[in-house]
Design a protein around this ligand. Sequence first.
Ligand code: ATP
Length: 356
Amino acid sequence: MTVKREDVLAALKDITDPVSGSDIVAAGIVRALNVDDAGNTRFVLEIDPAKAEAMESVRAEAEARTRALEGVGSVSVVMTAHATPKSPPDLKPRKKAEPQGPQKIPGVAHIVAIASGKGGVGKSTVSANLACALAAEGKRVGLLDADVYGPSQPRMLGVSGRPASPDGKTILPLRNHGVTMMSLGLMVNEGQAVVWRGPMLIGALQQMLMQVQWGELDVLLVDLPPGTGDVGMTLAQKAQIDGAVIVSTPQDVALIDARKGIDMFNQLGTPILGMIENMSTHICSNCGHEEHIFGHGGVAREAETIGAPLLGEIPLHLDIRTAADGGAPIVVSNPDSPQAKAFRDIALKLVAMGVV
Ligand SMILES: Nc1ncnc2c1ncn2[C@@H]1O[C@H](COP(=O)(O)OP(=O)(O)OP(=O)(O)O)[C@@H](O)[C@H]1O
C-alpha cells in the first residue's frame, strides 16, 4: 500500500513551526505537497529567508518523518523563501495635520455666534427669530444649536426626529421655516440630562461644524451656551467666525455677565458685531401698557462703552414666548407684528454690515 497525501500531512502535523508556535501544516508553510501513485513525495516549506538557518532542522525533521512513513517512495523536501506579502493599499484618508488656526467651513460664507453671559436672557429666541428673518430675506441660513446645556432650537423651530446619517460619516441637518438646522439636542433623547465634559463638548462641536452637510450657506448662526465656556472658545479658535452678537437683558446682573463674554471674545480676537437688548420693555398683551420690568437702556449704555453698535431692543411680549414655544418663531407666525419687526430690523442690520 502506497502512502497517501493525508498520511504525510498527519505526520507533518507533529512538527512545530518555531516561528508561529503552531504545527507546520497549520502555520501554512507546507506547500505544493504532491504524492504520486508510487508514493514518491515532494513538498516545499515556504519560509522567511531570514529564518532559513533555524528552519533547516524543521526541514530535516519533515523529511525524516515522511521517509519513515509506510509505503513512501522517494522524498524531496525543499525550502523556499516566501514573498513578503505587500500590505494592502491604505484607503483610509490620511489624517490631516491638526489645523493651525481657525478654519473655514466649506460652502459657508459667514459664521456669526450668538452669545450671552447669562442663561435665560433669550439668546435662543433671538437666534431662532434672526435665522427665520434672514431666511425670509432670501438668505441661505444655517442655525447650529450649540447650547449643550439646554438645546432649545428643535422646539423653537418645530423640528423633531433624529438627523439621518446615510453614509455613517456625515450628518444630514433638518430644515424648517427656510432654516437649515442642527442641534446637539437632536443627538440625545429628549428630556435626557446630558453631562458634557470639556473634550466631549469640543469634539461634538467640531463634529457639528465639519460633519453636518450644511450645503451652501450665506450665514451660519451659532447659538452658543450661556457664559464663557469651552464651546464659545472652541468655536472662535477652530472656525473662522465673522463675529459675535451679545444678547443681554437690561438688568445689571445680566450685563455683568455679558461683559465677561465680551472680554472672552476680545481675548480671542473675535469682533463684537453688536449687542441686543432683549426683554427691553414689557408691553401688556391686554392693555398695551408699556413698562420696564428689567430696566431699560442698560445694554445701549454698555454697547456705547465697548464701542459696539446696539443692534436692537426686543420687547418682552407674551406672543414672542408662545410663538417660540409653538415651533414657529414670531417672525414666521406673525411677521407683521411690531415684535417681529424688531427682529427683522436686526436681521437687516446684519445684512447691511456684510456679515450675512
Ligand atoms: N422677548 C421675549 N418676550 C417674551 N418671552 C421671551 C422673550 N425672549 C425670550 N423669552 C422666553 O424666555 C425663555 C428663555 O428664553 P431662551 O430659551 O431664548 O433663553 P436663552 O438665553 O437661550 O436661555 P438658555 O440659558 O437656556 O440658553 C423662553 O421661554 C422664551 O420663550
